[in-house]
Design a protein around this ligand. Structure first.
Ligand SMILES: *Cc1c(COP(=O)(O)O)cnc(C)c1O
Length: 383
C-alpha cells in the first residue's frame, strides 16, 4: 500500500463512525441542549442574558486574563483589539502571511495596513528573528514614533498568530515588541487552551482575540472574545461594541459612534455548554494528536508537533510532505476516499488585495505552503 493510502486508512480508523470524515466538526452534548432550552424558556435569546457574562468570564479565566468581552466573531474581536491597542487610520501593523485571511482583514478594518513578516518552520508562527531584523533594518524613530523607513507610516502593533493551536515563540516576540515599543496583540483565534512556558496563549500581549466559529475547538455557532487585563480598556471595549450606550434605566443616550457587535445570549449559551467539557475536549485533542504523530513516525513522515516549551491544544493536526507534488497527491488521495484534507491557507501576500503590502523575505512561509496538509481533527463525544 502507498504511504498516502495508509494515511487514509489510518484516518478512517480514527473516525470509524463517519462516512465522509470532515476536517473539523463540532459535537454537542446535553449541556448545550439544556442551555439553549433555558434561553427559549426565558425568551432571552438576544443581546441580553446571563450566558454572555458566563462566557466572558470563562474565556478570561482560561486565557489567564482579568477581562473578556464577547463579540459576534473573531474577526471583529481582532479589529476591536487593534483599536483598543491604539491602532489608527493609516498606521501599519506587523503580522504573518501564513494565517487565515481574517487576520489581515481585521488590520484593514481597523484602518491600518498589514506588513508581512516570515514565520518559523517549527511553530508555524511569527519568527522572532525575522521580526527583529525587519524592525532594525526597516524602521526608525521619528519624533518619538516608530515608523517604517519605506512608507513613513507609524508601526502601531504586532499581531502574531498561534497557528492550528501551536503557540508561536510569544515570549521572545513580546520582548522584541517591548524593546521597540510596539503594542502586542495576539491572534489566539485557534489557540484556546494552549500554553507556552506554562502561560496561556492570549496572556502575553496587551490584548488577544479568540474565535468561536463553527470549525474552532469549541463553538458559539459564531462568536469572538477580546481579552485584556486593563480595566479601562475592557470597559471601553464593552461600550464601543454595544453601540456606545450610556447605561441608564430608560434613557437612550450614546456618546460616540459605536458598533453593534454584541454577541447574542443564545450563541453564548451554546459555547458555555461546550466549555463545560473543555478539559475533556483538550484531553481528546491531545490523544488524537499523539495517535497521528506516532503513526507518522512509523511511516517516516513529518507530523507537525507542538514546539519546545509549548503545550498545544492541537486544534488542527497537520503533516509536512517532502515536496510540492506530494502535497497535492496526498490531498487528492484523501478527497477521493471521502477524507477531508486541506493545504495551508493561500499566503496573504499572494491574495490580490495584499499583493503590494510591505513584507520581509517570506521563504519559510512559502516552504510551508508547498508542503503542509491539514488533517481531520474533530473530537466527537464518546457515548
Ligand atoms: C478563525 C480565525 C479568525 C477569525 O475568526 P472568525 O470567528 O471566523 O471571524 C482569525 N484568525 C485566525 C487565525 C482564525 O483561524
Amino acid at each position: 500500500m502507498s504511504d498516502f493510502a495508509s494515511v487514509v486508512e489510518f484516518i478512517r480508523s480514527q473516525f470509524p463512525r463517519s462516512d465522509t470524515v470532515p476536517l473539523h466538526a463540532p459535537s454537542f452534548g446535553p449541556e448545550e441542549r439544556h442551555n439553549l432550552l433555558e434561553c427559549l424558556d426565558s425568551t432571552m435569546v438576544s443581546t441580553i442574558g446571563p450566558f454572555v457574562d458566563r462566557f466572558e468570564s470563562e474565556v478570561a479565566r482560561l486565557s489567564g486574563r482579568r477581562y473578556g468581552i464577547a463579540v459576534i466573531n473573531g474577526t471583529v474581536a481582532l479589529q476591536m483589539a487593534l483599536r483598543a491597542a491604539g491602532v489608527k487610520e493609516g498606521d501599519e501593523v506587523l503580522t504573518q502571511p501564513l494565517t487565515f485571511v481574517a487576520t489581515a482583514n481585521a488590520i484593514v478594518h481597523s484602518g491600518a495596513h498589514p506588513v508581512f513578516i516570515d514565520v518559523e518552520r517549527e511553530s508555524l508562527g511569527l519568527d522572532p528573528d525575522s521580526l527583529q531584523l525587519y524592525l532594525e533594518r526597516n524602521s526608525e524613530v521619528i519624533q518619538g514614533r516608530r515608523v517604517s523607513k519605506q512608507t513613513g507610516r507609524r508601526i502601531a502593533a504586532c499581531v502574531p498568530v498561534h497557528v492550528f493551536g501551536h503557540p508561536c515563540r510569544i515570549d521572545r516576540i513580546a520582548e522584541i515588541c517591548s524593546a521597540f515599543a510596539i503594542p502586542l496583540v495576539e491572534d489566539a483565534a485557534e489557540a484556546l487552551g494552549s500554553t507556552y512556558l506554562g502561560r496561556p496563549c492570549g496572556s502575553f500581549g496587551s490584548l488577544a482575540a479568540f474565535s468561536f466559529n463553527g470549525n474552532k475547538i469549541v463553538t458559539a455557532g459564531g462568536g469572538g472574545v477580546v481579552v485584556t487585563d486593563d480595566e479601562s480598556c475592557a470597559k471601553w471595549l464593552k461600550h464601543i461594541t454595544t453601540v456606545a450606550k450610556i447605561p441608564h434605566p430608560w434613557e437612550y443616550d450614546h456618546d460616540e459612534v459605536g458598533f453593534n457587535y454584541r454577541l447574542p445570549n443564545i450563541n453564548a449559551a451554546l459555547v458555555v455548554g461546550q466549555l463545560s467539557r473543555f478539559a475533556e475536549i483538550l484531553v481528546k485533542k491531545r490523544h488524537l494528536a499523539q495517535n497521528y504523530l506516532d503513526f507518522f513516525t512509523g511511516l517516516g513522515m513529518a507530523g507537525v508537533r507542538e514546539p519546545d516549551g509549548a503545550r498545544s491544544n492541537y486544534w488542527l493536526n497537520s503533516l509536512l510532505t517532502k515536496n510540492v507534488g506530494e502535497r497535492d497527491q496526498m490531498l487528492k488521495t484523501m478527497v477521493d476516499h471521502g477524507v477531508m484534507g486541506r493545504p495551508a491557507w493561500r499566503l496573504m501576500h499572494k491574495l490580490p488585495m495584499y499583493a503590494s503590502s510591505p513584507r520581509s523575505s517570506l521563504t519559510n512561509a512559502e516552504w510551508l505552503e508547498e508542503r503542509l496538509v491539514a488533517l481531520p481533527s474533530s473530537t466527537p463525544l464518546s457515548n
